[in-house]
Write a protein that binds this ligand. Structure first.
Ligand code: NAP
Length: 279
C-alpha cells in the first residue's frame, strides 16, 4: 500500500513504547485487509496525551493507548464504551463525524474472545481464581463478570489494590483473598494470571498449583518467546494451560474493528506476532 495524503494515521501512545508488538500486528492487518492506514508508535508524556488524542481523532485517525496512560485516556474521551466505564481505562480511541473522541477498552473483548477460544465456550458458571489487580486484571474481571461466572476469588500481592478493583468491578461475585495460604485446598475451573510475574524468563509462578485441590484450566495473560513459570507449573500438574498471545491478537482485532468498521484479518495478525523477533 502506498502512503498518500489520504492515508489514515493510527498511533500507539505510551511510555515506553519501543517493545510493543502493536505496530507489526496492526500494519500486517492493514496490509491484509487492504485498508489505507499506517500505524506508528509514539512515546508520549502525560501532558501531551490530550493534544495527541484530540488532534489525531479530529484528523480522522485514532489509535491505541498503553501504560501508563490508559486511565488518563479514559478521562479525555467524549464518548466512552461500557468497557471503559466499567474498567476506568481506555486502550483504543478514534474520532466520529461530530468531532467527538470515542474510546473503548478492547482488552475486555480481547480477553473474552481468547478465553472463549481456549475453553471452547463461555466461562458461564465457572469458579475462577484471578491473580493481579492492575489494568489486565481489571479487563479480565469485567469480562468474567459479564460472562456470568459463578464466583471469582481475587488475589493480589497488594491487598488494598485488589479491594479497590473488586469494589469497582466485581460486585457480589468477587471475593478478595488476603493471603495466598487461604487458597490452599480450593477448587477452580479456571486460574488466570494477570500479574507481571512471568515477564522475565525464570520468574516463578504466582500460584502453587500443587496446593490447590483442583484447577481445570490455566490462562496466562503474559505473552513472549519463553514459557512462563505459571504455564510451566500448571502443565507440570497436568493442567491445560495457555499464554497471552491470543488475547493480544484479539484485543488488536477488536481495535481494528472500531477503526475500520469491518472484521479484522486475525490469521494475518497471528502470523505477524509469530514471526516477531524477541526484543
Ligand atoms: P499493571 O497494571 O502494572 O499491574 C501489574 C500487576 O502485577 C499488579 O497486580 C502487581 O501487583 C502484579 N505484580 C507485579 N510484580 C509482581 C510480583 N513480583 N509478584 C506478584 N505480583 C506482581 O500491569 P498490567 O497492564 O495489568 O499487565 C499485567 C500483565 O498482563 C503484564 O505482564 C502484561 O504483559 C500482560 N497483559 C497482556 C495483555 C494481552 O493482550 N495478552 C494485555 C494487557 C496486559 P501489585 O498491585 O502488588 O503491584
Amino acid at each position: 500500500m502506498t502512503l498518500t495524503a489520504a492515508t489514515r494515521v493510527l498511533t500507539l501512545l505510551g511510555d515506553p513504547v519501543v517493545h510493543s508488538a502493536s505496530p507489526e500486528l496492526q500494519n500486517a492487518a492493514f496490509r491484509a485487509a487492504g485498508v489505507d492506514g499506517v500505524y506508528v508508535a509514539v512515546r508520549c508524556a502525560p501532558d501531551d496525551l490530550v493534544g495527541f488524542m484530540r488532534g489525531l481523532a479530529r484528523a480522522g485517525g485514532g489509535g491505541n493507548v498503553t501504560l501508563p496512560h490508559k486511565e488518563k485516556a479514559a478521562s479525555i474521551l467524549d464518548v466512552r464504551s461500557d468497557a471503559v466505564r466499567r474498567t476506568g481505562a481506555c486502550n483504543t480511541f478514534w474520532g466520529d463525524e461530530e468531532g467527538r473522541v470515542r474510546g473503548d477498552n478492547t482488552d475486555v473483548e480481547g480477553f473474552r474472545r481468547a478465553l472463549g477460544a481456549f475453553l471452547e465456550g463461555s466461562a458461564e458458571g465457572a469458579r475462577v481464581l484471578l491473580l493481579g489487580a492492575g489494568g489486565a486484571a481489571r479487563a479480565a474481571l469485567a469480562a468474567l463478570v459479564e460472562d456470568g461466572v459463578e464466583e471469582i476469588l481475587l488475589y493480589n500481592r497488594t491487598q488494598d489494590r485488589a479491594r479497590a478493583v473488586a469494589r469497582r468491578i466485581g460486585g457480589q461475585k468477587v471475593r478478595v483473598v488476603p493471603v495466598a495460604r487461604e487458597l490452599e485446598g480450593e477448587d477452580f475451573d479456571l486460574v488466570v494470571n494477570a500479574t507481571r510475574l512471568g515477564l522475565e524468563p525464570g520468574d516463578p509462578s504466582p500460584v502453587d498449583f500443587g496446593k490447590l485441590s483442583r484447577a481445570g484450566a490455566a490462562m496466562d495473560l503474559i505473552y513472549g518467546h519463553h514459557t512462563t513459570g505459571f504455564v510451566e507449573a500448571a502443565e507440570a500438574e497436568g493442567i491445560r494451560a495457555t499464554h497471552g498471545m491470543e488475547m493480544l491478537v484479539q484485543q488488536g482485532a477488536a481495535s481494528f474493528e472500531r477503526w475500520w468498521g469491518k472484521d479484522a484479518p486475525v490469521d494475518a495478525m497471528r502470523a505477524a506476532i509469530a514471526e516477531r523477533q524477541p526484543g
